[in-house]
Design a protein around this ligand. Sequence first.
Ligand code: C2E
Ligand code: CA
Ligand code: CA
Ligand code: CA
Length: 278
Amino acid sequence: AKREGGAALRFFDRAMQTQVIERAHLEADLERALDADQLRLFYQPQGDAAGVTVGLEALLRWEHPVRGMVSPGVFIPLAEEGGRIVAIGNWVLEQACHQLAHWADQPARCELTISVNVSPVQFREAGFVDGVREILAATGADPRRLVLEVTESLFLQDPKLARETMLALSALGVRFALDDFGTGYSSLSYLKRLPLDELKIDQSFVRDLLASPADAAIVETIIALADRLSLSVTAEGVETEAQAAWLRDHGCRHFQGYLFARPAPLVSGKEPLPGLPS
Ligand code: C2E
Ligand code: CA
Ligand code: CA
Ligand code: CA
């Protein structure tokens, strides 16, 4: 039994070692991904209660030459650790702002917003505000059409810095959405101190909405809270008509999820979007 245990341990060691090496390879590949033109931006439409597209969320994809599509859930943490997220995040902002500027003279699309996920690492970089200002100026995008999605974790580490950065960006006209709302550990007091425009109900609450009274209660409370604070609410991960109907009945006015539309690339910028004339 002792020998077997030793063998199992050696096997385990080797598996761990393989994982560490895998990770190092992926990290090295990620260093080159931007320059090698392997990053893509997908856009997922967000709709209003009438089924009209009002905005899109930009979602990053990595087209790895050997591994195929690598999920942002895998490579964003790596990019954050290596500091690569700053350059990648700037690239995402540039792409999104170009898209906004491109739509500015299309009557059916000039009112659309684009939401961009911002990593806390990127947000806390000293040059972040100036970087956003430069990208807005260089692309000519309307700052009011740009929504930065931040998470509660941002307010945990250095709330003062987070607030100052948000106020500076907000002075430029940029808007803020609080992503994955309700999944973090911070208190609610920041809701009144920060220039927020939108709460996004995390998909973990939407998933079991109809089966779980607890999830339903949480979602109802988030909608009521947002209402009282004059924030807009977007439900994420809406997959079924029944979920959408419940959310509509309970006063949620914005929807994102596979039911409305899947994330997809925009090539010409003239791609059809739900509820909009082409
Ligand atoms: P997130 O910001 O919460 O984005 C929503 C995720 O839910 C996306 O996953 C989206 O594809 C997925 N989704 C949308 N509708 C549905 C649905 O109806 N059902 C289900 N099951 N899923 C749905 P994705 O694209 O894999 O992105 C994962 C996470 O990676 C994002 O979560 C975000 O935190 C991060 N991420 C993506 N792009 C960027 C980026 O440009 N910068 C940073 N810093 N993070 C990013
Ligand atoms: Ca998001
Ligand atoms: Ca989210
Ligand atoms: Ca999420």
